[in-house]
Design a protein around this ligand. Structure first.
Ligand SMILES: [Zn+2]
Length: 242
């Protein structure tokens, strides 16, 4: 059965590839430990930020899947004429929540490792589309299928260099009210298997996260805070695996 509705992906990016990790891992046992630690710190920070985004989006859209540093959501169309505008408000709140969380995590920089130092570059991008999809229920999981699901994912593989923006399709855009429409500018992208597609783009540019309370504290206080933060993350990860 085919459903009509809205598809949305919130994606966190901004980390440069830790190219050095691979080399580090090959070197020796210590290198491997350091590389694992780097990866763990990057993962803990990104999943915390993603969690802050999901918390805000989830009451309005259903979380379908976690896809690495991204979360995929959907909602079937209903009689509410403001559904697309409501999604825009949620996107706004998601950005706000992301930035608040990023500011609250400024203390991790005291760790001094590359992912912790580079966490200041992490940003949120959101792509949204309105289309058709089939929902397959497998045990307790819902699998979304269809060309529009593939298309929504392909929207992230665009030629835009920024890490922070909104990108929506015409089918989503046409449901918006004039003041929301005015936020976007037309943007054409070439997407694999779909060719040239006209999209609607909003560039965002949040400043680097800051936290005066954290930044005025003694470095040792922040160092202890990050050590406690990561050991807590390690513990909760372990207990999840059990
Ligand atoms: Zn670190």
């Amino acid at each position: 059965m085919s459903n009509s509705g809205y598809l949305l992906i919130a994606d966190i990016s901004g980390y440069t590839n830790f190219v050095k990790l691979h080399n580090l891992r090959q070197k020796n046992v210590l290198g491997k430990i350091i590389a694992d630690n780097f990866e763990f710190h990057a993962e803990a920070i990104v999943s915390d930020l993603l969690e802050a985004v999901i918390e805000v989006i989830e009451p309005t859209l259903k979380l379908n899947k976690l896809e690495g540093d991204a979360a995929f959501f959907y909602i079937e169309s209903n009689d509410n004429k403001n559904q697309a505008n409501d999604i825009i408000s949620i996107m706004d709140k998601a950005c706000e929540s992301f930035n608040e969380k990023a500011s609250s995590l400024v203390f991790v920089r005291a760790c001094g490792c590359e992912p912790c130092l580079e966490s200041k570059n992490l940003r949120l991008k959101i792509v949204a589309h309105k289309g058709n999809f089939a929902i397959k229920k497998i045990r307790n999981f819902e699998e979304l299928a269809g060309e529009d699901v593939i298309f929504t994912h392909r929207m992230l593989k665009n030629g835009i260099e920024s890490n922070e923006y909104w990108l929506v399709t015409d089918s989503f855009y046409k449901d918006l009210n004039p003041s929301n429409k005015a936020k976007f500018t037309s943007n054409t992208q070439v997407l694999e298997n779909f060719g040239k597609v006209k999209l609607n783009y909003l560039q965002l540019s949040s400043p680097e996260p800051q936290n005066s309370k954290v930044e005025s504290r003694l470095r040792i206080v922040n160092w202890l805070a990050q050590a406690a933060y990561f050991s807590k993350a390690k513990f909760s990860k372990k207990s999840l695996r059990k």
